[in-house]
Design a binder for this molecule. Sequence first.
Ligand code: UDP
Length: 319
Amino acid sequence: MDGARVVVTGGAGFLGSWLCERLLGDGAAVVCVDSLVTGARTNVAPLVDHPRFTFVAADVCEGVPVDGAVDRVFHLASVASPVHYLRLPLETLRSGSLGTTHALDLAERTGARFLLASTSEVYGDPLEHPQHESYWGNVNPIGPRSVYDEAKRFAEATTAAYRRSLGTDATIARIFNTYGPRMALADGRVVPAFVQQALAGEPLTVAGDGSQTRSLCWVADTVDGLVRLGESGFPGPVNIGGDAEVTVLELARTIIDLTGSSSTIEHVPLPQDDPRVRRPDLAEAEGLLGWRPRTPLREGLIRTIEWVAAQRRPEHLPA
Ligand code: UDP
């Protein structure tokens, strides 16, 4: 990456900001493009004075206003958490469709290598377990989650078509649940929600009976997978995620244990079309990229708990 000029759309989001930091560390010049709809300036605040970092405030639905040579485009810009995409359904569809087309056009025009940040949600509520990349998914096309799932499926179709029709050097990462510092505290994601509840001594809101599973990946591990895939020239799709599967109830109990909290568990209604199980088959990632997640869940959770606790200290709270 030394000397490469890399555009990261969604670079001020949770994953995007970790990716920008990693790429700067690898010697790249990074152009971070973000609308700040769900991203936050604070996520990239430590990077803004870096001589190789540029921030561009723009909505990818309108275009990606970057001039000059570009070597890589990492296209992450999207609303990504259920709470937000249920609140912003049309914006989510537009960023997956129009936004992806604009990001691909930039790669096509500049000859840059392109990586689409797709999602395990393309598998929907999967009927195959674990999910291999060859599985086509089980998505309710008109349910409330479809605005995200189908937007990302459209984004995958567009990326594959640019590669086939125009020869764009494009690849697709299917990213599974990722956690760590800088997750938005108010976006309803299970890890920050449970950690905040545990630290406040409030009940942990477990959806349904909590038997649904997720496989969580530490953010720096996910970012390493994205960088390796982006450098590989392999068309994908490739699953990037953790393969240590836990039930939501087990996760709640682990977080109560790690925080030493006296919180109880409160069962709340399961959201519509909430996937019952989720775990990536990592054979492709291991075989093609030599990548697998390294950070054990408890270790990553401890670091995340420390970060959330620091955000809750008075100097970080709004006046
Ligand atoms: N969940 C929960 N309590 C919460 C938030 C989420 O039990 O306060 C559940 C949610 O229903 C899902 C899982 O945790 O089964 C992961 O949810 P998240 O929104 O983090 O990600 P998803 O994988 O659904 O996109």
